[in-house]
Write a protein that binds this ligand. Structure first.
Ligand SMILES: Nc1ncnc2c1ncn2[C@@H]1O[C@H](COP(=O)(O)OP(=O)(O)OP(=O)(O)O)[C@@H](O)[C@H]1O
Ligand SMILES: [Mg+2]
Length: 346
């Protein structure tokens, strides 16, 4: 990796903030009276609250958009197992009818055997229900059909539970969260976004402590990173026509930080875009594929709301790794004012 990052220079972040908050009142003029000072304070407070509510609206809109986009994929993911469970249950239902016929014929055969030699027509009926019922086939296929159906139902249950987990609103309240579990759910929910272009591997640190966070918002950050990774790979493998790439999602407990790394074997971020990827509405994607909000939201959630860090390493033609770091034991009071500088990359 060439170690280039858009986020390495705090100066560029300062620039970004300036452009985001360009509507705020000027603080350059020296206030002459207490009244002016108070007026300026109120205007600043108002600007800050406007900014916060705009951010919240953007986050919500992006979340709804993501859920809308995911919905079709999730429907497809649920539809596939549902279809083969339906086929299998229909097969088992027909098999059951044949087995009922066989049981009836066997009973008849047994009853007449008790009374002496069974008449030939009773023996013929039992033989016919064996032959017509394709009993050997039923005995061979039924356990497979049952196992497949059980697997399919587990798959549907896991998708539904991942969806519940993914979309459960935190209501703006931070709570201790098992990030490995949350990320696993996000990966399931996003399956249709990556599975045609990439294999996805996870390396979860089993010793990752619970992290106090807004679980739904962190889920959304991870989703944005996975979707970006899939898009970057898609541009290389052309929708899967030239094989598949790899997305690797890793968690690491690193000295008071919970680190999430999302790596891809995609295009890499072009040099001219590196300084701008966290800017709201910066996108290199065609209309309908990207609105340029994913990383701006990720930045706001990670840095502003959790006192964390987000950065990336990228190499053109080889791929990109996004690194999110969330503090594990940060006091709430500290979080509200703390805005960590981005970690310079090695
Ligand atoms: N993993 C990646 N590989 C290559 N380029 C990336 C990667 N992630 C982001 N980018 C670049 O950064 C830009 C901004 O990303 P961001 O997620 O903010 O917006 P988007 O993906 O274009 O749209 P949205 O996320 O709103 O659907 C992308 O358009 C792309 O050029
Ligand atoms: Mg994106």
């Amino acid at each position: 990796m060439d170690g280039s990052v858009a986020s390495e220079a705090p100066a560029s972040l300062g620039g970004r903030y300036d452009s985001r908050t360009s509507a705020r009142p000027s603080v350059d003029d020296t206030p002459k009276t207490m009244a002016e000072l108070e007026d300026q304070r109120r205007r600043l407070e108002q600007a800050l609250s406007d900014l916060k509510s705009t951010q919240a609206r953007l986050l919500q809109a992006h979340k709804l958009e993501a859920i809308g986009q995911l919905a079709a994929g999730i429907a497809h993911e649920i539809n596939t197992p549902t279809q083969y469970v339906t086929d299998n249950v229909e097969f088992l239902s027909r098999a059951f009818e044949r087995l009922c016929d066989l049981v009836a014929a066997s009973r008849e055969l047994l009853a007449s055997a008790r009374e002496g030699a069974p008449p030939p027509e009773v023996i013929a009926r039992a033989e016919a229900s064996f032959a017509n019922g394709r009993i050997d086939y039923i005995l061979q296929e039924s356990p497979k059909a049952i196992q497949q159906s059980v697997d399919g139902l587990h798959r549907v249950a896991s998708i539904v539970s991942a969806m519940k987990d993914f979309s459960h609103p935190s209501g703006g309240e931070k709570a201790p969260c098992d990030l490995n579990e949350a990320i696993a759910s996000t990966i399931v929910v996003a399956t249709n976004e990556w599975k045609y272009v990439a294999d996805l591997e996870t390396v979860f640190d089993p010793d990752l402590p619970l992290v106090r966070c807004l679980r739904d918002e962190v889920n959304q950050v991870v989703l944005n990173l996975i979707v970006n990774a899939a898009h970057a790979i898609d541009a290389v493998v052309l929708g899967g026509a030239s094989g598949k790439g790899t997305i690797r999602v890793e968690t690491i407990h690193d000295d008071g930080w919970a680190e999430i790394r999302v790596s891809d074997t995609g295009t890499g971020i072009p040099e001219r875009a590196r300084e701008r990827v966290f800017d709201p509405f910066f996108t290199t994607k065609p209309v309908g594929k990207g609105t340029g909000q994913g990383l701006a939201i990720a930045y706001s959630v990670v840095v502003e709301k959790h006192g964390g860090e987000i950065s990336f390493e990228t190499e053109t033609g080889r791929g990109t790794t996004f690194i999110v770091r969330l503090p594990v034991n940060v006091h709430e009071e500290r979080l509200s004012t703390f805005c960590a500088p981005l970690r310079p990359m090695a």
